[in-house]
Design a protein around this ligand. Structure first.
Ligand SMILES: O=C(O)CCC(=O)C(=O)O
Length: 385
C-alpha cells in the first residue's frame, strides 16, 4: 500500500457503519444544545426587490442566510448530491485510493480541521480544488467521465452565483458598480475574473451516540463566502449567533446556505463578520453537505475596501492573499484573523483568545503550516483595495 494510503487509514476509521458504540477517540462529551426559541436564520428570495438590503442586514447581524430563487437548476443540485452519495458509498479501500496527501488539499479524508482537535470527528470528506480528473480516475477507473462532468457543471454554476452574490454584498456595503468599473474592466453581474472555488463534500453517517459526537467542529471559513447545499430531510448545520448560542439551520427545499467567510470580514473592515458554524450528527440518518468555498484569485491582496475606511473606522486588517491567509489559518486556526491586524502589538490580547470569544468544544492544537496553491489571477479585489 502506498504510504499516503497508510497515513489516511491510520488517521481515519475505515468503516463508520461497523461501529455500534462511540469509541473514546470520538467522544467530545455532551454537546451544548441549540436554543429552540431563537429566531431562525434569515431566508432571502433573490428576486425580492429588497434583496440587497436584506443581504446586507443578514451579513451584518448573522453572517449567514439562506437563499431561494438563486437560479441554480434543481437538476444540478440533485446530480451533485447523487454523485456525492455514490462517492461516499464506495468501499473504504476504493475511497482511500483517492486519499488526500499529507501536504495537499484535494482528495478523500477526515475533516481538514481535524489537526486542531484532540478528538475525532464523525464524518468523512472529499475536497476538490481544480480538475477532478485525477481522483475520478482513481475512484471509478472505468467510468470517471460522468463524475467529472457533474463536478465541472457544479463549479461553473456555483462560481457564477458566488460572483452575483459578491456584487450584491458589495452593493449593500455602498461599494458601487462604478467604483469597481473605474478600477477594472469588470462588467457585472458575472463572476469575478480569476476568482476560484473549491468543493468540499461532507458525509455524516448515522451515529450510535450523537449527543456526544461531533460531525464537524466549530470553525469559520477562510473564504470570501461559502455556498452550502444540504441534503434534504436531515438537519445538522448549526451557526453561532450571539447570546442565542448554537442555532440549527434546517435544510430548506431548493434553498442554499450562504455564509460570510474570513476574507469578507477583512474586505468589509469588520462590518460583515465571518460566522462560526459546526455540524452535528444524528442516530438514524445519514447526512450529506456540499460546500462551495469561494475566494479571490492567487496574487490578489484582500484588504479593507478604502471606501469603508476613515478616521472613525481605521483599517482593522492588513492586506493578505488567499494562499497567505490559508497558511496562517492552517497554523493558527481561530487566531488567524487577529494575527493579520495592521498592528499586532496593540491587539496582543486578542491573540490570546479566539476572534468571537465562543466555546469551541475541545482544546485547539497548533498544526504545522500547510502550503496551499490557489491557481488563478483575479485583479478585481486588488483594484478595489
Ligand atoms: O455540513 C455542514 O453543514 C457544514 C459544512 C462546513 O462547515 C464546511 O464544509 O466547512
Amino acid at each position: 500500500m502506498p504510504s499516503r494510503l497508510l497515513d489516511a487509514s491510520k488517521s481515519h476509521p475505515l468503516d463508520f457503519y461497523s461501529l455500534k458504540e462511540l469509541p473514546e477517540s470520538y467522544r467530545w462529551g455532551p454537546l451544548d444544545d441549540p436554543n429552540g426559541s431563537t429566531e431562525p436564520v434569515p431566508i432571502i428570495n433573490l428576486d425580492d426587490p429588497n434583496a440587497r438590503e436584506l443581504i446586507g442586514h443578514a451579513c451584518k447581524s448573522w453572517g449567514v442566510f439562506q437563499i431561494t430563487n438563486h437560479g441554480i437548476p434543481k437538476r444540478v443540485l440533485n446530480d451533485m448530491e447523487g454523485t456525492g452519495k455514490s462517492l461516499f458509498g464506495l468501499p473504504a479501500r476504493q475511497k482511500l485510493k483517492a486519499a488526500r496527501p499529507q501536504d495537499g488539499v484535494s482528495g478523500y479524508g477526515p475533516a481538514r480541521i481535524s489537526a486542531f482537535f484532540p478528538k475525532r470527528m464523525w464524518s468523512e470528506g472529499f475536497t476538490i480544488l481544480g480538475s477532478p480528473l485525477q481522483h475520478a480516475r482513481q475512484l471509478w477507473p472505468n467510468d470517471y467521465r460522468k463524475f467529472c462532468d457533474i463536478i465541472e457543471e457544479y463549479q461553473k454554476e456555483m462560481n457564477m452565483l458566488a460572483g452575483k452574490l459578491m456584487w450584491l454584498i458589495l452593493d449593500s456595503l455602498g461599494v458601487s458598480n462604478q467604483d469597481v468599473k473605474r478600477a477594472t474592466s469588470q462588467k457585472r453581474p458575472g463572476p469575478f475574473e480569476g476568482s476560484s472555488g473549491a468543493i468540499q463534500l461532507n458525509s455524516y453517517p448515522a451515529c450510535p451516540d450523537p449527543g456526544r459526537a461531533m460531525g464537524l467542529a466549530a470553525h469559520t471559513d477562510s473564504t470570501l463566502l461559502t455556498i452550502l447545499h444540504q441534503s434534504s430531510g436531515t438537519s445538522g448545520l448549526q451557526v453561532h449567533h450571539g447570546r442565542a448560542g448554537w442555532v440549527m439551520v434546517p435544510p430548506l427545499p431548493g434553498g442554499l446556505v450562504i455564509n460570510v467567510g474570513d476574507l469578507l470580514q477583512i474586505l468589509s473592515n469588520g462590518q460583515y463578520p465571518s460566522v462560526y458554524h459546526r455540524a452535528v450528527v444524528n442516530r438514524t440518518q445519514h447526512r450529506l453537505s456540499i460546500a462551495y468555498l469561494y475566494g479571490p484569485g492567487s496574487g490578489v491582496r484582500v484588504r479593507p475596501i478604502p471606501k469603508l475606511v476613515n478616521n472613525d473606522h481605521p483599517p482593522l486588517y492588513g492586506p493578505v492573499t488567499w494562499s497567505e491567509y490559508l497558511e496562517i489559518k492552517a497554523k493558527y486556526f481561530d487566531k488567524a484573523l487577529s494575527l493579520i491586524r495592521p498592528n499586532n502589538d496593540k491587539n496582543k490580547n486578542n491573540n490570546e483568545n479566539n476572534n468571537h470569544n465562543i466555546k469551541i468544544n475541545g482544546p485547539i492544537m497548533v498544526a504545522k503550516p500547510k502550503s496551499v496553491n490557489v491557481d488563478s489571477e483575479a485583479k478585481i479585489l486588488a483594484a478595489l483595495a
